[in-house]
Write a protein that binds this ligand. Structure first.
Ligand SMILES: [Zn+2]
Length: 340
């Protein structure tokens, strides 16, 4: 599917034809704004043997079918390998995946691919998803390859965490920044993904990134997000009762984890302070607002917002989940005390 909001990027990159495409591109920007889809389309375009005049892959030729099936001989996909530890449940799996990285062996394997000729006498494409997950040795090995890439080899790197990328690696690539789409385009995309009615409010929480919302839906996170906000709009006065409600959310079917919960509480406090100080919210536009915001103390809200950073650091592995939640609830409720 072509993403209409990325058409300007497409035009900049392909406007002068495929022949002018740089041999290494780095797609950067927040998660959920279409970088992955764009990278796949670009790879398909470079490999397709029957490109349309508007520069789209045909989807039907031998090359397109191979790519689809994951066995095109002139295509390599490099992603963090999750083989560090055996996988257990779904929650465990994500934990491991985020710890996994791209290792030097994975890049070394590319050398043979890059420096030996093409199977189809056409382009060869290397797609590196989560390029920031390369460990330093892997990134340096890739740099070596990028110093003298053979003419028909293209590298497509994708990253949502550009701070973790080696600057030298960035400098070897044409950096293509992606951003969130206009609200209307995002809403239209979400409607296509079956999220029409609630689209706008989740979009604010996702920083405007529609694919992130779709991912939340897929992972069963929307219901817990709703329930979390509900618990924040009218919380019980007792931290133990609030912690028990939160504990229930973490034990649900969806992939709603402690990090998500802590981030949700923190953003809620941020928005209360914003609302109090500037009369607007960043994350919770379109959500129910609590009563009596005008009586809250913005300094207390901001102090709690900052304090919760320490919770974020230990959210992945709290020693005692219930105690952790009670402590968080205490901080949250304390921030809601009205100005004396
Ligand atoms: Zn094709």
């Amino acid at each position: 599917m072509q993403l209409q909001w990325n058409s300007t990027i497409r035009e900049q990159l392909l406007g002068q034809g495929l022949a002018r495409l740089p041999h290494a591109v780095l797609l950067v920007g927040p998660a959920g704004v279409g970088k992955a889809a764009f990278s796949e389309q670009l790879a398909a375009l470079l490999l397709c043997e029957s490109i349309s005049p508007e520069l789209s892959a045909c989807g039907q030729c031998q090359a397109c079918r191979w790519l689809d099936a994951g066995n095109h001989p002139d295509f390599r996909r490099v992603a963090p390998d999750g083989d560090e530890e055996p996988e257990e449940g779904a929650v465990e799996k994500t934990k491991k995946r985020s710890a996994a990285n791209i290792k030097i062996d994975q890049i070394r394997e590319l050398e043979a691919f890059v420096f030996v000729g093409s199977h189809r006498d056409g382009n060869r494409v290397v797609l590196i998803t989560e390029a920031d997950a390369m460990n330093p040795a892997a990134a340096n090995a890739l740099l070596k390859i990028l110093e003298e890439p053979p003419p028909s080899v293209y590298f497509i790197l994708v990253s949502s965490k550009t701070k973790s990328l080696l600057p030298t690696l960035r400098s070897r690539c044409r950096v293509i920044p992606f951003g969130p789409p206009e609200a209307a385009a995002a809403a239209a995309w979400l409607a296509g993904a079956g999220l029409e009615k609630q689209a706008a409010r989740y979009l604010n929480l996702a920083g405007g990134a529609p694919m992130r919302v779709a991912q939340w839906k897929e992972q069963g996170q929307l219901a817990p997000i709703d329930a979390l906000v509900e618990s924040l709009v009218s919380p019980p006065a007792d931290p133990i009762a609030l912690a028990a409600r939160w504990d229930g959310l973490l034990k649900g079917d969806g992939m709603f984890r402690m990090e998500n919960l802590v981030e949700g509480v923190q953003r809620w406090l941020f928005d209360l302070a914003q609302e109090r100080l500037a009369g607007e919210t960043r994350y919770h536009g379109g959500w129910p607002r609590p009563k009596g915001v005008e009586k809250l103390n913005p300094n207390a809200l901001l102090a709690a917002w900052r304090e919760i950073n320490q919770f974020r650091r230990s959210a992945r592995h709290p020693l005692n989940q219930l105690l952790f939640l009670e402590n968080l609830a205490t901080h949250f409720l304390r921030a809601l005390r009205p100005v004396a």
